[in-house]
Write a protein that binds this ligand. Structure first.
Ligand SMILES: Cc1ncc(C[n+]2csc(CCOP(=O)(O)OP(=O)(O)O)c2C)c(N)n1
Length: 293
């Protein structure tokens, strides 16, 4: 899979060997990329025979906007010290991260088909020791925000201007550690950190409102001292706009509550908790790919 030329830009000599990924992808190019990400997610989970399609599909536009418009990063130099950091706290959604990293050029797109195989670099949950571009090993929910706060504070101590983005699930916000982190980020006025909640309304066992009601969700974040922005999590243009808006918020952390649909893009997976952690069978893969043409 080759990226549209316009979404890459050669760096100046000052930037060294590797390219800084550009922010010049157009809206239309990002829509096309988002569709490819969905196809990758279905194909790789189908081939693996296990995995989490629902919460991967709901986050597609969030990762597209970040990796193709917002983040400053170098796919050919994943450890570049000045990179913006993206932390996937909901580590079970690793397929959407792998698909995005592959589309950016961190590793070959063909490697996506090795998902969950023995010795593959693409394990079922994100592993920072295995996969280029993965910032945190995650999968045990609740930890990514605290990790992100540490990374953001380290940036402040080192006088770096990188920014840190942490993607949480809404179900994940049942974890007490999320709120300890929320309290700490506000206390330390961590304004180089943005939390994004993939607010698809569901978790492993069904709707959040039945399992553990989070409402009033935005009010809770505000009470913890955060700036709250709500957005349609499937609108790439709105997402890029609010990420820009968040850059201007000082002395306070920002949370973007992205309203999404679990399983987005595949009719029989949308809002269907069965596909939280179940792979589509061969027939379902075919049907899904047809819908994603
Ligand atoms: C600490 C911990 N407890 C339980 C699980 C099992 N688990 C995996 S996914 C999930 C639900 C997560 O829901 P949400 O964060 O809303 O994810 P999404 O719906 O976006 O997939 C649970 C409970 C886990 N991975 N980690």
């Amino acid at each position: 899979m080759v990226l549209p030329d316009k979404s890459k830009r050669a760096t100046s000599a000052k930037d060294g060997q590797a390219e800084v990924f550009s922010s010049s992808a157009s809206q239309a190019e990002m829509e096309t990329i988002a569709k490819r990400l969905r196809r990758h997610i279905i194909t790789m989970i189908g081939k693996a025979g296990s995995g989490h399609p629902g919460g991967s599909l709901s986050a597609v536009e969030i990762l597209t906007a970040l990796y193709f418009k917002v983040l400053r990063h170098k796919p050919r130099d994943p450890q570049w010290l000045d990179r913006d950091r993206f932390i996937l706290s909901k580590g079970h959604a690793a397929p959407v991260l792998y698909a995005t990293l592959a589309e950016c050029g961190y590793f070959p797109v063909e490697e996506l088909l090795t998902l969950r195989q023995m010795d593959s670099r693409l394990q079922g949950h994100a592993d920072r020791t295995a996969t280029p571009g993965v910032e945190m090993s995650s999968g045990a929910l609740g930890q990514g925000l605290s990790f992100g706060i540490g990374v953001a504070l380290a940036g402040r101590l080192d006088s770096k201007d990188y920014r840190v983005y942490v993607l949480l699930g809404d179900g994940e916000c049942d974890e007490g550690q999320v709120w300890e982190g929320a309290m700490a980020a506000a206390h330390f006025k961590v304004d180089n950190l943005v939390a994004i909640v993939d607010n698809n309304g569901q978790q492993i066992g069904g709707w959040n409102r039945d399992v553990m009601n989070l409402d009033p969700f935005p009010a809770k974040w505000r009470a913890f001292g955060w700036q709250v922005i709500e957005v349609d999590g499937h609108s790439i243009s709105q997402l890029t706009q609010v990420f820009d808006q968040a850059k201007k918020i000082k002395r306070q952390p920002t949370v973007i509550i992205a309203h999404t649909v679990k399983g987005k893009g595949v009719s029989f997976m949308e809002n269907n908790p069965d596909f939280h952690g179940k792979a589509p069978n061969a027939e379902e893969v075919k049907l899904a790919l047809k819908e994603l043409e």
